[in-house]
Design a protein around this ligand. Structure first.
Ligand SMILES: [Zn+2]
Ligand SMILES: [Zn+2]
Length: 644
């Protein structure tokens, strides 16, 4: 039989060959690291018989896919078996992979806590010693249920009942242990591929995520190809924990959340200072980029959401409000806006637009609300109420390339100003289900590519990952500890202008729908501030720091001088605070360092007499004595936003 390889070549194999046979025919090194195969786009087990004329690529343990299969096999075959061995009454539920690791959900009579994890790890290591083969067999529904009934695995039986198939249930058996697992696969062919791992935490989770079901124990772990990779990961987790914006946000007194408004931020004065400084910076940058800033209503009648298509496709994520209009019998149903786009089209639609006016760039710091499930919220990173640095550009097809270049130029300046000099670009192209002719998709995708290439930037293509209404570019930042954050986006839309009747008069006198760009640079202020806090570990650049200077008295005799300095700095738009408490100066310095104040001034008798200040910078033990006048004038320059 013939098999098609990813490089376009074909290979002849004996009928009935499997992925391992194919790997061996290519090379012994490949055969040694092969763990599974992709057959016609679907992952399969390495030892599955290959279908005639199929397209096959080998998944090795070195690849990301291979690593994921390793993590899954570790949880499904090894962690699960270890739990069975240690807790004889345990019932196994599911064991999927997550970013960098895996978890297993299990029901046990004896509670499992974090102290039990080393014992479970040791049992896993014991199971791994035999480097057992894992063998897959196929079973009918009846047969499969019988196998799990013997062990009273009620969750597995429920999974079989829920499946809409009667045959071909896959069961994976560890040949050296008395253990079977039900799974779509693939699994490793052999446990010798398992690298280094660690169980990390324990939490509760409802069966099928439904709070009316039983609460199970969820055991998390992380796994890597080598001990070195594992240690690097654990170190970066530790670093990330130290930088957690929720912890730093508390130390710096920036914001809080409370149960009455889940996922919505209560900004404290200092947090709001960061927010409004960032917002006015963005506003300046966009005005320079010829955006017109607007503001549109938060509460809008469902009729508009029906017209825009959100009511149909997005309703479960929308906050709905019902209002009885006074003196009217009609009950109006409104929604809090989850997006600003329909509002922007209403502004564009006022008055007739000529082709000469295009592109029209509208921006809004649009306050949006989206209902997110409570389990998915995470500090500022994932919230229900947020403000986007949103913008929509109305343009002709011929302007796509130039507008893309203009947008990326603006975005790179903003990122560089905020401390991110490098970013990745992802181009998502046409999906199967889409609106618009192939001609316009060709033109749009090519324009996006050309713009990026002419700027000399690299990009990655995500084939088929575009929205149904157009292709898009996504921009991904890397932070100080190497984590990736997708922030910016530039999405073309061939659909919305038509849906909401946006038009322009072209040179030929006829009316056409413009194409639209949806775009954001930061994404949302909330999340971006979370990213900034973690990237800088709270040590924000001076221009963004909520308190730029704290003036501390060393003795009561300096209190009036402290007041004088504070008035002078404030009149120069410096954000400062005074500390004239009766505490030791070393105590004051320590406290203000914890709250990340970049500059601490200490003033005592000498400073009063000489009209000087002792300056101390965050992270340095050195102090320098400077004339107040000189300090103020240089600080004013230093504290300017980078675009001033
Ligand atoms: Zn599995
Ligand atoms: Zn939009």
């Amino acid at each position: 039989m013939e098999i098609n390889l990813p490089d376009g070549s074909t290979r002849k194999l004996e009928n009935g060959s499997n992925g391992l046979d194919l790997a061996k025919s290519i090379g012994s090194r490949l055969a040694k690291s092969a763990v599974a195969v992709t057959v016609d786009g679907e992952q399969r087990d390495l030892l599955d018989t290959l279908p005639e004329n199929s397209s096959v690529s080998i998944i090795t343990i070195e690849s990301e896919e291979g690593l994921e299969i390793m993590r899954h096999t570790l949880t499904a075959q090894v962690l699960a078996k270890a739990l069975k061995n240690l807790y004889s009454d345990s019932k196994l539920a599911i064991g999927p992979t997550i970013e960098n690791g895996f978890y297993y959900d299990v029901s046990t009579e004896t509670p499992i806590s974090i102290e039990d994890l080393p014992r479970i790890e040791n049992e896993m290591k014991r199971i791994l010693e035999k480097k057992s083969n894992i063998v897959k067999t196929l079973h009918s529904e009846k047969d499969a249920k019988k196998m799990f009934k013997e062990n009273e695995e009620t969750f597995k039986i429920e999974i079989i009942d829920d499946a809409d198939q009667a045959e071909d249930f896959q069961i994976y058996t560890n040949v050296d242990e008395d253990f079977i697992d039900l799974c779509r696969g693939p699994h490793l062919p052999n446990l010798s591929f398992i690298g280094a791992f660690k169980l990390t935490k324990v939490s509760g989770a409802y069966w099928k995520g439904d709070s009316s079901n039983e609460m199970l124990t969820r055991i998390y772990g992380t796994a890597w190809r080598s001990e070195k990779e594992l240690q690097e990961h654990l170190k970066s987790m530790e670093e990330a924990e130290k930088r957690d914006h929720r912890k730093i946000g508390k130390d710096m007194d920036l914001f809080h959340f409370q149960d009455e408004a889940p996922g919505m931020v209560f900004w404290h004065p200092k947090g709001w200072s960061i927010y409004s400084t960032l917002r006015s910076y963005m506003s300046d940058m966009q005005k320079k980029g010829d955006y017109k800033e607007i503001n549109t209503p938060s509460v809008i009648d469902r009729k508009l959401w029906e017209k825009s298509g959100h009511w149909d496709k997005y309703r479960e994520n929308m906050f709905i409000t019902e209002i009885d209009e006074e003196h009217a019998n009609e009950k109006r149903v409104n929604a809090l806006k989850p997006m600003n786009c329909p509002g922007h089209v209403q502004v564009y639609n006022q008055g007739i637009k000529s082709y000469k006016e295009l592109p029209v760039r509208l921006s809004e710091f649009g306050s949006c609300h989206r209902y997110e499930a409570s389990g998915t919220m995470h500090g500022l990173m994932r919230v229900r109420g947020f403000t986007q640095d949103d913008g929509h550009i109305f343009l002709t097809e011929d302007q796509i390339e130039s507008e893309t270049a203009i947008f990326i130029d603006l975005l790179s300046k903003v990122y560089a100003d905020l401390g991110f000099n490098e970013f990745e670009i992802k181009l998502s192209t046409r999906p199967e289900k889409r609106v618009g002719s192939d001609e316009i998709w060709d033109k749009a995708e090519l324009s996006l590519k050309n713009a990026v290439e002419k700027l000399g930037l690299e990009y990655r293509i995500d084939e088929g990952d575009g929205a149904f209404y157009g292709p898009k570019l996504d921009f991904v930042l890397t932070d100080a500890i190497g984590r990736k954050w997708q922030c910016g986006t530039l999405q073309l839309d061939f659909n919305l202008a038509d849906r909401l009747d946006a038009q322009y008069v072209a040179e030929d006198g006829n009316k056409y729908n413009p194409v639209m760009f949806h775009r954001a640079i930061l994404g949302s202020f909330e999340r971006f501030i979370g990213i900034l806090i973690e990237n800088y570990s709270g040590n924000l650049p001076l221009w963004l720091a909520p308190t730029q200077v704290t003036i501390c008295s060393i003795t009561d005799e300096a209190n009036n001088y402290v007041k004088e300095i504070s008035e002078l700095l404030r009149s120069n738009n410096i954000r400062c605070e005074s500390d004239v408490r009766n505490e030791k100066i070393s105590y004051k310095v320590r406290e203000h360092s914890v709250s990340k104040v970049p500059i601490i001034l200490a003033v005592g008798k000498n400073e009063v007499a000489d009209k000087t200040v002792s300056v101390r910078r965050l992270g340095s033990d050195e102090t320098s004595v400077v004339k107040l006048e000189d300090f103020t004038s240089s600080l004013v320059q230093e504290a300017l936003a980078p675009n001033k």
